[in-house]
Design a protein around this ligand. Structure first.
Ligand SMILES: Cc1cc2nc3c(=O)[nH]c(=O)nc-3n(C[C@H](O)[C@H](O)[C@H](O)COP(=O)(O)OP(=O)(O)OC[C@H]3O[C@@H](n4cnc5c(N)ncnc54)[C@H](O)[C@@H]3O)c2cc1C
Length: 427
């Protein structure tokens, strides 16, 4: 039997203690079988349990093994493509629903943390940093756009104000979102898993779904067992492989890399990010960073299309970190890891049903910490027969990548090269 451990990340090294979880053996019956114990699966499981469903979660490796236990930990609101793009591709009612929901995921995370007393180093405050006047103009219109949907908590930062927030000379301004913030992502997932179990849900680890028997009474098979369920939620995201072939054509796994410094000490850490907010810049291929509880800097950036693991992550990410913070040139990197997120062509989430009883949500294209928490709520609503908000996502148009599964990686890499060039030239 495969025993897949966590990757060697700062998060795995600082994870809260958890009990061992069983491997599925034999047959179980449940209302909802959730495939994947990342935020999408765990959030769905929690909302369903809170509404009286019986839930069984199958996880191929360990809780939070995928992007949910490896990400930058940044609570970034809204979607990877914003409401103005949505407004252009759907009708006003659907745009209104999606716009109304754009900041709900961050609220759900805070509710979960408070209700289930999850120890995950939650901090409020996230900044979008502008590298040039075009970025600043974009942030100004972004603020106006979000305000039209009632999200009025955002504050523009001029060049002087952003220097008070981050000790980096590269920025001309920014946008502060106090409903953004940061968390220890793996500990959030582990806390949510404990909450699932406290409500009577079962989570099997090292128990990959290898086949779905579709029909009126679907069955999910693992190597050593099976789950009979009324509904299935597919939440395997970039790690799903070809379990559900219909989903693979319109999305592409991509790798992104993160490094973590040695502890910086209070003084240096505070000089970099005095208010302890997280920061992401406005480039298409963006850099993002924040401090940890023990005053390390976690810095991420870059994309590997097709999700190959780069040989030397530190060599890719450290120069980006030093461009933002040359003052860290003598600081050691303690951890470096890669993780996969799922990209769609529109960069909007891929949500829907297959038949009457298989539901899915995936492909939030890089900004998923908040959306996945919202997705769990929206999926649970749909299973309870209230599908208006689910349908707002499900009706978003999606297209296959040009070139099909064989050529989608080079095509996307070409697109990224173009956007990377635009970032460098500042237009
Ligand atoms: C390095 C990195 C940094 C990121 N930084 C940020 C950030 O700072 N802010 C932000 O908003 N977003 C960020 N993201 C994106 C965000 O982490 C993801 O969008 C989100 O975690 C996706 O959650 P998920 O539950 O859909 O998928 P995942 O967390 O990937 O979970 C899927 C789970 O399903 C399991 N699985 C797959 N197939 C099967 C199967 N057949 N049977 C059983 N289990 C299966 C996997 O093992 C995995 O545990 C980042 C992503 C990465 C990779």
């Amino acid at each position: 039997m495969a025993n897949t451990p966590y990757p060697q990340s700062y998060y795995a090294a600082s994870a809260n203690a958890v009990p061992p979880r069983p491997v599925l053996q034999g047959e179980v019956e449940t209302d909802v079988c959730v495939i994947g114990a990342g935020y999408t699966g765990l959030s769905s499981a929690l909302f369903l349990l809170e509404n009286g469903f019986r839930v069984t979660v199958l996880e191929a490796a360990k809780v939070g093994f995928g992007a949910s236990g490896r990400n930058g930990g940044q609570i970034v609101n809204s979607y990877s493509r914003d409401i103005d793009v949505i407004e252009r591709s759907v009708g006003p009612k659907q745009a209104q629903l999606l716009g109304d929901m754009a900041f709900e995921g961050g609220r759900i995370i805070r509710e979960r943390v408070a209700k289930y007393q999850i120890q995950c180093d939650l901090k409020d405050g996230g900044v979008f940093a502008a590298l040039n006047s075009k970025h600043m103009g974009h942030l100004e219109s972004q603020k106006r756009l979000w305000e039209r949907y009632g999200h009025t908590q955002l504050e523009l930062l001029d060049e002087r104000r952003i220097r008070e927030v981050v000790a980096c000379d590269n920025y001309v301004g920014g946008l502060l979102d106090m409903s953004g913030g940061h968390i220890h992502p793996l500990n959030l997932a582990l806390g949510e898993a404990a909450a699932v179990e406290s409500l009577g849900g079962t989570i099997y680890e090292q128990s990959a779904a290898v086949r779905i028997e579709r029909g009126a009474n679907p069955v999910v098979h693992t190597t050593e067992g099976k789950v009979r369920a009324k509904f299935i939620i597919v939440a395997g995201n970039a790690y799903l492989g070809n379990l559900v072939p219909e989903l693979a054509a319109k999305s592409m796994p991509c790798g992104t890399q993160v490094i973590t410094t040695a502890p910086l000490g209070d003084e240096l850490a505070q000089s970099l990010l005095p208010q302890d907010y997280c920061v992401e810049d406005c480039n298409y291929l963006l850099d993002y960073y924040r401090l940890t509880r023990d005053k390390r800097l976690i810095f991420g950036g870059g994309v590997v299309y097709g999700a190959r693991d780069p040989a030397n992550i530190e060599a890719i990410i450290r120069p980006k970190m030093l461009k933002a913070f040359p003052q860290l040139k003598d600081v050691k990197i303690d951890y470096a890891w890669t993780g996969n997120f799922l990209l769609t062509l529109s960069r909007l989430p891929q949500v829907g049903r297959l038949g009457d009883n298989i539901y899915y949500s995936q492909g939030c294209s890089g900004h998923g910490v908040t959306y996945t928490h919202l997705a769990g709520k929206v999926l649970a609503e749909a299973l309870r027969g209230q599908a208006e908000r689910f349908d707002a996502f499900a009706d978003l148009p999606h297209y296959p990548f040009p070139g099909g599964q064989l050529l989608r990686t080079p095509f996307a890499a070409m697109g990224a090269w173009y956007y990377g060039l635009r970032d460098k030239l500042g237009f």
